[in-house]
Design a protein around this ligand. Structure first.
Ligand SMILES: Nc1ncnc2c1ncn2[C@@H]1O[C@H](COP(=O)(O)OP(=O)(O)OP(=O)(O)O)[C@@H](O)[C@H]1O
Length: 259
């Protein structure tokens, strides 16, 4: 079930270094939101706070509130592992388990969460997830072959299948197409468009056309200089951000004048 994300005045630290400052944003369910901005402005850092991946690094922590359908994911007693099963993540480089079969790759997250399933239930999850990732027709006859035998674009869709197999509420994507050729990129973009029917999707991208093609809303982050914290500068409908932004820095960035 797609969930709403409410962030209130979030500061993100690497030990004492304040990397991202004062982010407040509401991300609606069943939508795609793109994070854009120049290198080092904190897009990835902020993205990784939405499923508590940030704190995996020693000394990394946050201040502020991050709510998922009203529940604070940083409240005392909340298990980060549970949060990560509700908020899935797809990375820049496709990272299937190379020696595992396609079938076992899809089931990997489900099994990690300790779910015990019968053969039938497993087959159902495999088919539904691969169909959901637009990969079923390409792999249905070789489910027992290793995941590493797929093309880069297919591997990325396999990783998306692995993510949706866990039935998350939110899917985070960190430059999911940056290692893909243009045709695979379009396949993944089409898929993102379909995913928003069921999930809240947040994507970090450097590609302006991609942000314009896939997202409903766009958040522009910026940084005043090296060592300064990144900040959310402007957040609005993607059309407004690209055609009629309120802030000069947003206009300069989306029109390619800097970054
Ligand atoms: N593991 C880390 N330890 C300390 N500082 C870090 C770490 N990772 C990132 N940073 C710093 O946090 C800030 C934000 O980096 P981040 O990678 O989130 O930016 P970004 O906008 O995603 O950049 P890019 O577009 O280049 O991927 C930068 O100053 C970066 O140097």
């Amino acid at each position: 079930m797609s969930k709403r994300i409410d962030v209130d005045d979030l500061n993100v630290y690497y030990s004492k270094f304040l990397a991202v400052e004062g982010v407040s944003i509401t991300i609606e369910p069943r939508s795609v939101t793109a994070f854009i901005g120049p290198s080092g402005c904190g897009k990835t850092t902020f993205l990784r706070t939405i499923n508590r991946m940030h704190e995996v690094l020693p000394g990394a922590h946050v201040q502020g509130k991050m709510l998922l359908d009203g529940d604070d994911i940083y409240a005392a007693g909340v298990d980060p592992v549970t949060v990560r099963s509700q908020v899935g993540m797809v990375f820049q480089r496709p990272n299937p388990f190379p020696t595992m079969s396609i079938r076992d790759n899809v089931l990997a997250g489900v099994k990690l969460n300790g779910k015990r399933l019968g053969k039938r239930a497993e087959e159902e999850i495999v088919e539904t997830s691969l169909r959901g990732a637009n990969l079923w027709n390409e792999v249905k006859d070789r489910l027992d072959k290793p995941g590493s035998g797929l093309s880069g674009g297919q591997q990325q869709r396999l990783c998306i299948a692995r993510t949706i197999a866990v039935q998350p509420d939110v899917i985070l994507m960190d430059e999911p197409c940056s290692a893909l050729d243009p045709i695979s990129t379009l396949a993944v973009e089409d898929l993102i468009n379909e995913l928003k029917e069921k999930y809240t999707v947040v994507i970090v991208t450097h590609n302006m056309q991609q942000a314009a093609r896939v997202s409903d809303k766009t958040a522009f982050f910026n940084i005043a200089g090296t060592g300064k914290p990144g900040k959310l500068i402007e957040y609005n409908d993607t059309k407004t951000i690209f055609n009629n932004p309120s802030v000069k820095a947003t206009e300069d960035y989306v029109s390619g004048r800097f970054g």
